[in-house]
Design a protein around this ligand. Structure first.
Ligand code: PNW
Length: 486
C-alpha cells in the first residue's frame, strides 16, 4: 500500500512541467547546483574525446544530387523484399541539406568530435576515373562547418556503399576493388587532410563481408562459397592496407590513419586467470581474418589450417601491405561474446547466447557491457596499440514519443551508463582509449532493418525531419559536461 502510494506520488512529481527532462538535465540546472551536487566518481582523463557517429548512406539522402553515382545499397534497397518495409536511403535524414542545423544540435550537446563517412560515389560516381568535384564539395562544407563549431572531424572512407559500377565488375571478389579503394582514399585524403587529421579506411569489414557476401542479408546480397568468401575477406583487408599507404602518400599535412573494425568482442565469463587467457586467445583467433591479420600482417596458423583448401590466396607483398602499421585502432562494440576456458587443444569455447539474456531491439544486440572493458584491453595488450577509439557503441530501442513530445529511452540510458562504466574501468587502468563515439547521433537508415530500428540520441520524425533529443541525449550531454559518470 505504502509502496503504491509513493509510486503515485513520484509519478505525479515527475509529470510536472517544472521537472521536464530539459530542465532536469540541462547544464543550466547543473550551474544552478542541481547536477553538480553529484560528483563524477567515474571521471575520464582531461581531453577525452566525446563524440558521436553516422555514415553517409544512413543519413545523407540526396542520392541523385550533384552527380552522385549509384552504390550497391541503392540497388539492394530498391530490390523488393530485401529491406524491412522496402525502406531505402533515398531521403534518410536529409542530412545532405540539413547538416548545418544538425551541427548546431551537436554543439548544443557539447560534442567534441563527430565521425562521418564519405560516400565513394559522390566523389567518383563510377568508383574510378574522373572525380566529381561537386561531390567532394559537400564534405568540404561539412568539415568547415564542424571546425567553425569547434567539433573535430573524424572521417571514414568506406562505410559499405560500394560503387555499383565496381560491383558489376566483381566488387570485393575482385582484387581491383582493393586498388580502386586505395586510389579513392588517397584522393579524398589529399583534399581534406589540411583540415581532417584522423582517417579511417574501412568500417566493419567483418559485418559488410559476412552479412553482404556470406549471409546475403546486406548488399550486394550474395551467399558465396567458403573459398570465395575468404578471398573477399582478403581483398577487404588488402584494401585497408593499400588505403593506409595511399592516405599517407597523398595527405598534404600530417594525419593519423586507422580503421573502424567490429571484432568479435570475446570476454571471459568468469574473470579469473584461466578464463581471461582463454578469452584473449579466442579474441585473436576468432578475428584472424580481419583485425588480427591487419595487426600482425599474417594469417594465424590456426586460421590457415581451419580453412585448408578454402584459405585465401595471397602474395608476400599483399601480406606486407595488409600489415602496414596503423596510427590508431577504432573499435565498434555493441555486444559481448562470452568465452570459457576449455580443455581441448584450442583452449577456449564460445558460450552460445542464452535465449533469455536481455537484448536491445535488434535481436543480435545482446547486452554485454564488459565488452567495453575487455576488447580495448585485449587489443592494446596483444598488439601494443597506443591509441584506441571506441568508434561506435550504442543501442536500438523501440522508442516512442510521448504526448509531451519527449522520448524517455531509459533502456538506452541504462545501456550507455553500464557500458561507459566498463569503459571507465579500462581507461582508469591505463588502457589507451582516447575517445568514444556514440552510435548514433540521430535515428537513421539501419540498413536492411530500415527505419523501424532506432539507434539515435536524437529522435527523428522521418515525415517532417524534426529532430528531438531523447532522454539519452540529455544523459550523454551530462556525461560530456562533467567528463564522466556519477
Ligand atoms: C554497425 N550484426 O552495423 C554499423 O557500423 C552501423 O552502420 C550500424 O548502423 C550499427 O552498427 C548498428 O547496427 C552492424 O548483425 C550491423 O551483428 C549488424 C551487426 C553488427 C553491426
Amino acid at each position: 500500500m505504502l509502496n503504491r502510494l509513493s509510486r503515485r506520488t513520484f509519478a505525479k512529481l515527475f509529470s510536472s512541467a517544472a521537472l521536464a527532462p530539459s530542465a532536469l538535465y540541462s547544464t543550466e540546472s547543473a550551474a544552478a547546483g542541481f547536477a553538480s551536487a553529484l560528483p563524477a566518481a567515474h571521471s575520464f582523463p582531461k581531453g577525452f574525446l566525446w563524440g558521436s557517429a553516422t555514415a553517409a548512406y544512413q543519413v545523407e539522402g540526396a542520392v541523385k544530387e550533384d552527380g552522385r553515382g549509384p552504390s550497391i545499397w541503392d540497388t539492394f534497397s530498391h530490390t523488393p523484399g530485401k529491406t524491412n518495409m522496402g525502406d531505402t536511403g533515398d531521403v534518410a535524414d536529409d542530412h545532405y541539406h540539413l547538416y548545418k542545423s544538425d551541427i548546431q544540435l551537436m554543439k548544443e550537446m557539447g560534442l567534441k568530435t563527430y565521425r562521418f563517412s564519405v560516400s565513394w560515389t559522390r566523389v567518383f560516381p563510377s568508383g574510378t576515373g574522373s572525380p566529381n568535384p561537386r561531390g567532394l564539395d559537400f564534405y568540404n562544407r561539412l568539415v568547415d562547418e564542424l571546425l567553425a563549431n569547434n567539433i573535430t572531424p573524424y572521417c571514414t572512407l568506406f562505410h559499405w556503399d560500394l560503387p555499383q559500377t565496381l560491383e558489376d565488375k566483381g566488387g570485393w571478389q575482385s582484387r581491383d576493388t582493393s586498388e580502386a579503394f586505395a586510389s579513392y582514399a588517397g584522393y579524398v585524403a589529399e583534399r581534406l587532410s589540411d583540415r581532417v587529421k584522423h582517417f579511417m579506411t574501412l568500417n566493419e569489414m567483418r559485418s559488410f563481408v559476412d552479412l553482404g557476401y556470406g549471409r546475403g542479408i546486406h548488399a550486394p546480397g550474395l551467399e558465396l562459397a567458403p573459398a570465395a568468401l575468404n578471398q573477399v575477406r582478403h581483398h577487404a583487408v588488402l584494401a585497408h592496407g593499400l588505403g593506409v599507404q595511399a592516405i599517407r602518400a597523398h595527405a598534404k599535412a600530417e594525419v593519423k590513419v586507422g580503421l573502424a573494425e567490429n571484432p568479435e568482442a570475446c570476454a571471459p565469463i568468469i574473470e579469473n586467470a584461466e578464463h581471461i587467457a582463454a578469452a584473449s586467445k579466442a579474441f585473436r583467433e576468432e578475428n584472424a581474418g580481419y583485425l588480427t591479420v591487419v595487426m600482425e600482417g599474417r594469417y594465424t596458423d590456426a586460421y590457415l589450417e581451419h580453412h585448408g583448401a578454402n584459405a585465401p590466396k595471397f602474395t608476400a607483398a599483399e601480406m606486407k601491405a595488409i600489415g602496414t602499421p596503423v596510427d590508431f585502432v577504432g573499435l565498434n562494440i555493441y555486444t559481448a561474446t562470452w568465452v570459457r576456458a576449455d580443455s581441448t587443444p584450442k583452449g577456449y569455447a564460445i558460450i552460445p547466447a542464452p535465449k533469455s539474456y536481455p537484448h536491445m531491439m535488434s535481436p543480435w544486440l545482446t547486452v554485454g557491457p564488459q565488452a567495453l572493458y575487455w576488447t580495448p584491453k585485449f587489443t592494446a595488450d596483444l598488439w601494443k596499440v597506443k591509441e584506441l577509439y571506441i568508434t561506435e557503441n550504442g543501442a536500438s530501442s523501440a522508442d516512442v514519443m510521448t504526448p509531451d513530445g519527449q522520448v524517455y529511452d531509459s533502456d538506452r540510458v541504462m545501456y550507455l551508463r553500464n557500458y561507459l562504466t566498463q569503459l571507465h574501468r579500462g581507461v582508469s587502468e591505463g588502457v589507451p582509449v582516447k575517445g568514444y563515439f556514440c552510435w548514433s547521433f540521430m535515428d537513421n537508415y539501419e540498413w536492411a532493418d530500415g527505419y523501424a530500428y532506432r539507434f539515435g540520441l536524437h529522435y527523428v520524425d522521418f515525415k517532417t525531419q524534426k529532430r528531438t533529443p531523447k532522454m539519452s541525449a540529455h544523459f550523454y550531454k551530462e556525461v560530456i559536461a562533467r567528463n564522466g559518470l556519477a
